[in-house]
Structures are given as structure tokens and as C-alpha cells.
Ligand binder design. Structure first.
Ligand code: NAD
Length: 349
């Protein structure tokens, strides 16, 4: 039986990947997580329920309580497991949180990734290695693309970006946030282990990744937190850009499906932008309207003039390269269905 090693296995993407590879592909799954999300964000960020769900539902799932910063522990575990594939999703995932915890952020995102890469190089260098990167590696560069203001959203006003932002977009000399910078370090290192050592690595530069298993908090998990605040009748603060800032949202199942395609036909040192694309894009105010329609509950909203530092005004992933390399793959779950699932899951909690 093939085995896969997934870091951040209790998180949104990690838990989906565990589920997908165990159920659909019959893999033995080894997950690493220490519930650090609850340390980063407090009890609302607690991911233990996902961990317990995986242990309960997947007979071939094995949980490893380990910190990705524990270099020796990670090396020993990877040497013992020698998995056939590795998916790295463990991270400090918040733009805004990073400024308050710069060492935890860098040690987790950059050094943790290096710990894992080196362990894999020593133990199983032929294993496809998928790293969850982020569109924040482009810093605030996308904010300098010509934009037009529409009634409920900003949009690109440059034909070059009609289908969104491609992997060729520059990552240098822009404001990244400390999070974006630690993720750049990891992203470049993952590419380097591909190019320099010939390992089958790839970086997935995510737009807004979402789904019913996200423990959304104000500082991370846009749609999940938005739904939660609607259902709990909590005020939601919009930060700047008139609430017309655009994100492209992709369901975690579609991310897991892409990862499975890469694992089946890996390449060396690749980079992909992955998000919901134009079809699954929405502005904050459009998302609020959609959620109100689905939950049948008005949203309490306030507006703060100051935008979040470096927040993208409009970001849409160009999915051309993903589709060209993996023609079987496409975004299969609509934004409406995704929000519907998040509303249903949040209500049942
Ligand atoms: N969710 C998004 O919108 C989004 C967008 C772009 C990129 N990404 C990237 O995708 C990846 C996964 O994101 P997510 O939304 O699933 O995040 P998540 O917070 O839901 O999951 C990350 C998991 O990693 C674990 N973790 C964190 N630090 C750890 C450590 N030091 N040791 C062991 N485990 C640790 C956490 O406990 C958590 O369960 C991250 O790399 C993130 O930067 C996410």
C-alpha cells in the first residue's frame, strides 16, 4: 500500500488531502500536526476536531504529534516512514499575525519547510513533494496593475490580466508582510530542492483556499470567518477598498484533487498559481450578499477606512498553467456551493 506524509494534517488543506488520499486513492496516510493553529489564533483556531475526525473515519490514518520546527524529530520520522509522497501544509498562515510573532512565523514557515525538504532529500528524494505556498509571495505587486471600479468590485483594467495573475508575475521589490517574506523563503527553497537536487517538488501559490473544515478566525480564513460572524450575528469589519476587494476562492477538495494529479505525474521544481479563478471570485461585499441569501440572515457590518497592510485590491489566479499541465483537473465546486457547504457545516457545529 502506498503511503503519503502530510504536514498540517489537522488544518483545512491538510485534513482534506488526508481524506482524499485515504478514501479515493487508498493510501496509508501519516499526518503531522501539533494544533499550533490554536496557539497562533486562540480557541477559535483549534483544529483538534479535524484530527479526531480523521482518526475516527480513516482506518489507515496515523497522527504524529510533532512540531515542524523540531529538525531532528522531523528527520527521524521521515526516515522511519519513507513515504511515497509528501504534502507540506503546516504553516503560520496569517499575513497580519506574522508581525506580532516574527520568529515563530519564520521558524515555522521558512525553517520548518527547510527541515522537511532536507529530511525528504535524505530519506526519500524520489517522493513528489507538494508545498502550499501563497499568492502573498507576489507581495502587493498586484495592487499596481491598472484597475477599474465596478459597482460592487474592483477589476483589472489591463488585458494582460484578463484571465488573472500568472506564475511569471514578479515576486521581488514589493511589500510582502513578514508572512509573505517567510513564505517566499520557503517557496524559493522548495524550487531550489527541485532545480538543484532534481527532486520532484512544486509550490502551489494559493488564492483563497476554503471549505467547511476551516477553523476560520478574523485574521485567517476569509469565507469561513465571514459565515461564522453572519450565523453568530457578530459584526464583521471590512478594512478599506470600499469592501470591493476581490479574492478568488477554491474549495479544499479541488486543491486536494490538483495535488493528486501532481503526485501521479510529478515535475521538477514547478510553481502553480491555484485559486478559484474568475468564476469563483467575489468581492467582500458580494460575498456578504451571497452569504445573506444562503443563510437567510442579515449581516452586521462595519467599515474601517484603513485597509489591511499590503492587502490585495484585486487578486484572481490565472489557472492556465494548472490546466495545461494537468488537463483532467478543473475547479469543480462553485462559489455558491462552497458557501452553502460552509453555512451547513457551521450550523451543525
Ligand atoms: N487558507 C488560505 O486561504 C490559504 C491561502 C493561500 C495559501 N495558504 C497556505 O496553505 C497552507 C495551509 O493553509 P490552511 O488554510 O490549511 O491552514 P490551517 O491553519 O488550517 O492549517 C495549518 C495546520 O498546520 C499546523 N501547524 C502550524 N504550525 C505548525 C508547526 N510548527 N508544527 C506542526 N504543525 C503546525 C496547524 O496546527 C494547522 O492545523 C499554508 O501553508 C497556507 O499558508 C492558505
Amino acid at each position: 500500500m502506498k503511503s503519503i506524509f502530510v504536514t498540517g494534517s489537522s488544518g483545512l488543506i491538510g485534513s482534506e488531502v488526508c481524506d482524499y488520499f485515504a478514501r479515493k486513492l487508498g493510501y496509508t496516510v501519516h499526518g503531522l500536526d501539533n494544533n499550533q493553529r490554536a496557539v497562533f489564533f486562540g480557541p477559535q483556531g483549534d483544529n483538534r476536531a479535524n484530527q479526531q475526525r480523521l482518526i475516527r473515519d480513516l482506518p489507515n490514518f496515523h497522527h504524529h504529534e510533532l512540531d515542524i520546527r523540531d529538525r531532528r524529530g522531523v528527520l527521524e520520522l521521515v526516515k522511519e516512514l519513507k513515504p511515497q509522497a509528501v504534502v507540506h501544509t503546516a504553516a503560520q498562515p496569517s499575513h497580519d499575525r506574522a508581525a506580532a510573532i516574527p520568529f515563530d512565523d519564520f521558524d515555522t514557515n521558512a525553517v520548518g519547510t527547510l527541515n522537511l525538504l532536507e529530511a525528504v532529500r535524505q530519506a526519500c528524494p524520489e517522493a513528489p513533494f507538494v508545498h502550499m505556498s501563497t499568492n502573498k509571495v507576489y507581495g502587493d505587486g498586484p495592487n499596481f496593475i491598472a484597475l477599474k471600479e465596478l459597482p460592487t468590485r474592483w477589476d483589472f483594467d489591463d488585458p494582460v490580466f484578463a484571465e488573472g495573475i500568472a506564475e511569471t508575475f514578479p515576486i521581488d521589490q514589493t511589500k510582502h508582510s513578514l508572512f509573505g517574506a517567510s513564505k517566499v523563503a520557503a517557496d524559493v527553497m522548495v524550487q531550489e530542492y527541485g532545480r538543484y537536487f532534481g527532486m520532484p517538488t512544486c509550490c502551489l501559490r494559493g488564492g483563497c483556499l476554503t471549505g467547511p473544515n476551516h477553523s476560520g478566525v478574523e485574521l485567517h480564513g476569509f469565507l469561513s470567518y465571514l459565515v461564522k460572524s453572519n450565523l453568530e450575528k457578530r459584526e464583521y469589519k471590512i478594512f478599506g477598498y470600499k469592501g470591493k476587494q476581490v479574492r478568488d476562492n477554491i474549495h479544499s477538495v479541488d486543491v486536494a484533487r490538483f495535488i493528486a494529479e501532481f503526485v501521479a505525474a510529478p515535475r521538477i521544481g514547478e510553481v502553480y498559481n491555484i485559486g478559484g479563478g474568475r468564476e469563483n471570485s467575489c468581492s467582500v461585499i458580494e460575498a456578504i450578499q451571497l452569504i445573506e441569501t444562503i443563510s437567510d440572515q442579515p449581516h452586521r457590518v462595519s467599515y474601517v477606512e484603513q485597509n489591511r497592510i499590503g492587502d490585495h485590491i484585486c487578486y484572481i489566479s490565472n489557472l492556465k498553467k494548472c490546466r495545461a499541465h494537468f488537463p483532467e483537473w478543473k475547479v469543480s465546486i462553485s462559489l455558491q456551493d462552497t458557501i452553502g457547504q460552509i453555512v451547513k457545516a457551521s450550523k451543525s457545529r
